[in-house]
Ligand binder design. Sequence first.
Ligand code: TXA
Ligand code: MG
Length: 351
Amino acid sequence: METIIRKYDSEAPDASVMEEAGKILRAGGLVAFPTETVYGLGGDALNPQASEKIYAAKGRPSDNPLIVHIADLQALQVLTSRIPDRARVLADRFWPGPLTMIMPKSDVVPRQTTGGLDTVAIRMPSDPTAYELIRSSGVYIAAPSANTSGRPSPTLARHVAEDLSGRIDMIIDGGRCDIGLESTIVDLTGDIPVILRPGYITKEMLEEAVGRVDIDRAVTASRPDPNLRPKAPGMKYRHYAPRGSLTVVQGSREAVAAKINSLVKEKQARGKRCAVIASEENMRLYQAERIMDIGSRRHEESIAANLYDILREMDEEDIDFIYSESFTGEGLGFAIMNRLLKAAGHQIIQL
Ligand code: TXA
Ligand code: MG
């Protein structure tokens, strides 16, 4: 199949792009589109064949449920069997935006979309292109991140094309995604909301709106524990990982730089290609063939926005060993560390 790639600028909208995409979605085809978090691979959420096609295109295990993207609150009446009170409060506060809520599903949502679960993940994205696609197509759009399963999520249309060209009908190129990390997922089916995946909307922000919020223990565990099954099935898979070996080094600024420099020297002596992922503030402390500026510690948003692009670049440059600084673990830093440690398969050196 030939994949159509069309640019779309939400500030100078070309309606023909949306018409073409809408036709494909209504016919059960697949369209990748930008959101404020990462690019999504969209299909009609109520069409089981479309969901099956999504799994096939990504090479994703079919027990890993998809997120349904909506453009108005009316959709909750259709997609859920019960709207938890806290969901209304959180929707009011954070939608449209990078928050996904798990709720009990209604009968119209096929099990193919929810990976066999009785619950459904729902998000109303704020990105104007995503919004326009959902609205104008008239389809609730099931969309996982538009990457091949296991690779870093796409933050540029180019990343989507690298992974999925020839496997999907269309890519809408709307430029770079603002946030660069996937949405926060919160499960609202129990008494206390539980964060299943950290993201831009933090625990503190959620608690301010609805009181106590817990974090799934599988997310806070410092290493994967076979006894802790993540409640978001997708969080159990090896994820976001570059092909080279990635190690995160934690400690004081000077100790981290000294350790990374000595590891790089040792690997280079054996003819290996090495790269360092460093914050803008610390770049000059390193000696290596490639030193990647991931952004400023004063603006963790910049670090989130660059992370996946840098991990993909490591593959393009055939890097064997990657050493990364670590980040605060507070606020957005918690989501950054969650993805970085997963990408590293939890290889971490604590100094
Ligand atoms: O920012 C995002 O959320 C992006 C954009 C495209 O919206 N989407 C995204 O989708 O990251 P995906 O499929 O890559 O991740 C969805 C996660 C998976 O870990 C999945 O297991 C979990 O959400 N999930 C989906 N439905 C669920 C459910 N009913 N119960 C628990 N976890 C669920
Ligand atoms: Mg994903």
